[in-house]
Ligand binder design. Structure first.
Ligand code: S3P
Length: 448
């Protein structure tokens, strides 16, 4: 259902909170659990629209997934109501998937589409995959071409570059593949396909992207070798069910961290957030901008670092973002543009052309939204230039149905005079169920 959300300006955000589980890790946990022998328990699973699409696709492939809520008559803890819960996946081993009887619908989820394509390339049966309007515009050639090179038969619209895709796989050959874009989704698709071939499948990256797949493959017992910008997996080695403890999603926390920094008189503490160094570029950038940001209670589980992040209102300075750090903060660029709006001087984002092919064209979308609020923002061919310090006023803003644009604009609206209306605000359910109520919670803590 379409939702228009009204956001008023704020003062004094306060609270100690948790954010829902990491989206990238939740997708991967479901997929590897399905391919493992035995029952995997996933604690802190993100039950958001994207991950629920992965869950549904795996069910169509014959995997049984049970939720803690269905197994107990006890009242659910609040975190489950916020889209997080414990689930159990009955793995069927590498050879255990069944031909789906229906078309697999991935909704808005590029991660589901691309990673699942890798797994389906290893199956001798036929699968058909589609998604929503946004997903059907996103480039799929980047996974289709290398998977075809491994031996999968894949067809799709526009010469196999756009979904829907039809995949019949099996009999794959291992290969070494040099990627031209730094994409964790492409890397992961190839590593997952590599599980179904004898020998080593190796992927070389132009710049290091998030490494959750390789860390989790190791945790499930696969033979993995990792080097600087290269990773390889040995196929046909058995995966064993694990207990996975999903950290909070830093990409979701990012919105509330920036809110805590730019709204005056705020102090926000977010517990148990993922801090994997291949994802934590935003922490480096915020510190370089002068953020009062502290990390403590650090802990590593199955190779994934997590910790508590504390921020307080800070006077930020503009910064230049570009080069190798970009894949480490690719999903945080919309909210970093918002941080730039409240900083002194200019913030420039470069080398971010990939933002044009996300859930929306995020360069255009954020530029339009922040400009409507009175920001001085220029769209560049591969990024944005933001002149900080403008006085903002509430406006009607379009989210383009993109969860991260809706949330970034909501945070910008906290610092605008008057009321802002954000359209298609239900999009936040894709990655952050409970976002609107958590924001209200942070406002109300201050009133007590
Ligand atoms: C993701 C990888 C990134 C990121 C996306 C999630 C993943 O996409 O933007 O939100 O879980 O692997 P790309 O691989 O296209 O860079």
């Amino acid at each position: 259902m379409k939702l228009q959300k009204k956001v008023a300006s704020a003062r004094g955000l306060r609270g100690v909170i948790r954010v829902p589980g990491d989206k990238s890790i939740s997708h991967r946990a479901l997929m590897l659990a399905a391919l493992a022998e035995g029952t995997t328990e996933i604690e802190g699973f993100l039950a958001s629209a994207d991950c629920l699409h992965t869950e549904k696709c795996l069910s169509s492939l014959g995997i049984s997934i049970k939720r803690e809520s269905a197994l107990t008559s006890m009242p659910l803890p609040a975190k489950a109501q916020r889209g997080e819960e414990k689930i159990y996946v009955e793995g069927q081993g590498l050879g255990g998937l069944q031909e789906p009887q229906e078309i697999l619908d991935v909704g808005n989820s590029g991660t589901t589409m691309r990673l699942l394509s890798g797994i389906l390339a290893g199956q001798s049966f036929a699968s058909f995959l589609t998604g929503d309007l946004s997903l059907r515009k996103r480039p799929m050639g980047r996974v289709v071409i290398p998977l075809q090179k491994m031996g999968a038969r894949i067809i799709g619209r526009q010469g196999g570059t756009l979904a829907p895709l039809a995949i019949t796989g099996g009999n794959l050959k291992p290969m070494t593949y040099q990627m031209s874009v730094a994409s964790a989704q492409v890397k992961s698709a190839l590593l997952l396909a590599g599980l179904f071939t004898p020998g080593w499948t190796e992927v070389l990256e132009p710049t290091i992207s998030r490494n959750h797949t390789e860390l989790m493959l190791e945790a499930f017992g696969a033979q993995v070798e990792r080097g600087e910008s290269r990773v390889r997996v040995k196929g046909l080695s058995e995966l064993t069910a694990q207990k996975v403890v999903v950290p909070g999603d830093l990409s979701s926390a990012a919105f509330l961290l920036v809110a805590g920094l730019v709204v005056p008189d705020s102090r926000v503490i977010i517990k148990s957030v993922g801090l994997n160094p291949t994802r934590s570029g935003i922490i480096d950038v915020l510190k370089a901008m002068g953020a009062k940001l502290r990390i403590n209670e650090e802990q590593e589980i199955a190779g994934e670092l997590r910790g508590t992040i504390e921020v307080e209102s800070s006077s930020l300075a503009g910064v230049s973002i570009g080069g190798e750090i970009v894949p480490r903060l690719i999903d945080e660029l919309p909210i970093l543009a918002v941080a730039g709006l409240f900083a002194r001087g200019v913030t420039e984002i470069r080398d971010a052309g990939e933002l044009k092919v996300k859930e929306s064209n995020r360069l255009t979308a954020i530029c339009e939204g922040l400009t409507r609020l009175g920001g001085r923002v220029e769209e560049l061919p591969d990024g944005l230039r933001i002149q900080g310090g403008a006085s903002l006023r509430g406006a009607f803003c379009r989210s383009f149905g993109d969860h991260r644009i809706a949330m970034a604009l909501a945070i910008a609206a906290l610092g605008a005079e008057g009321e802002t209306v954000i359209d298609d605000a239900e999009a936040v359910e894709v990655s952050f169920p409970g976002f609107w109520s958590l924001l209200d919670e942070l406002r109300s803590e201050n009133r007590c």
